[in-house]
Design a protein around this ligand. Sequence first.
Ligand code: ATP
Length: 143
Amino acid sequence: MLGKKQLISFINLCNLRVLNNYSGKNNSNMSQEITSIHSHGIEDDHEMPMSVILRPLPPQVNNEKVESIMKTLQNANESSKVPPIDVLWIKGREGGDYYYSFGGCHRYEAHKRLSRPTIQAKLVKSAVEDLRHYLGGSTPDLI
Ligand SMILES: Nc1ncnc2c1ncn2[C@@H]1O[C@H](COP(=O)(O)OP(=O)(O)OP(=O)(O)O)[C@@H](O)[C@H]1O
């Protein structure tokens, strides 16, 4: 279990990674999609890069379930049976974009073990207050 200081450092490290990723050329399409989603204030499904998703809470997974989902994902005829995970999209006070995920542990873990670069995600526009429900006093100051 991470201590409070470690958790904050971890989140800050991840945030740096998010900002770096989003300034990179490879994510230009993603940035455009995000911008258009923001302007409409809606939730929608996206092919999100795994590397930008912040998961500050350690997952507790059932290996059999993860392996079963991996098999489903690897079968082209079955993969659509795995629904998108929910990702909270939060704007920092200086305009930074942060993508937090708390549920969908088994689906996320299955993608990770398959080294999938992206995961289908439902982007849900959220506020820092929503993050506080999960992280309490360890909620970072998002810039
Ligand atoms: N082989 C499979 N095994 C389990 N679930 C599968 C499989 N294939 C598709 N699914 C779907 O994937 C989703 C898994 O959701 P579930 O709530 O069980 O786990 P999770 O959300 O990924 O993890 P957690 O609930 O622990 O955060 C369900 O909608 C389920 O129908």
